[in-house]
Ligand binder design. Structure first.
Ligand code: CMP
Length: 141
């Protein structure tokens, strides 16, 4: 099915100037960018975005890292977009990421891991709504 998912290019990858390389991988694999927003979250905003992880041992470091610089949030649309995006990203821990994935090529650590992607269609809807209004999205359907 055609799905939408939220992708975030994290502060480490924005800082390395690899936005274009990451978007190229999405487009070459059949995903279309239907909305983009560059922003710099406060730690409190990062905490709200990652509220599902509140209480986990890595939560504070995660919020500090995600508010350390600008990010690019975008909505990807395409067949099986949720799983396809996660395949293109590779494993959360770059040491475990398959060669050729975004994280294998651009991530430095489990926190500075270049990209975020929604883990389910249900969470994708919640995460998209965090950054975007429907008016911001241009479906290519
Ligand atoms: P992300 O997909 O953005 O979702 C939560 C983030 O927490 C994850 O990527 C990692 O960058 C970070 N993180 C740090 N430690 C862990 C961990 N042990 N398990 C999962 N995520 C972690």
């Amino acid at each position: 099915p055609v799905q939408r998912t939220l992708s975030i290019i994290k502060p480490d990858a924005v800082g390395k100037n690899v936005i274009g390389d990451i978007i190229r991988r999405f487009e070459e694999n059949g995903l279309s960018v239907i909305g983009t927003r560059m922003t710099h979250l406060s730690a409190a905003e990062a905490g709200r975005f990652y509220a599902v992880h509140e209480g986990r041992p890595f939560y504070n470091d995660l919020c500090a890292f995600m508010s350390s610089g600008p990010i690019l949030a975008m909505v990807l649309e395409g067949q099986n977009a949720v799983v396809l995006n996660r395949q293109l990203m590779g494993a959360t821990n770059p040491k475990e990421a398959e060669p050729g994935t975004i994280r294998a090529d651009h991530a430095d650590s489990i926190d500075a891991n270049a990209v975020h992607g929604s883990d389910s269609e249900e969470n994708a809807a919640i995460e998209i709504a965090f950054f975007f209004s429907d008016l911001d999205l241009q479906s290519r359907g």
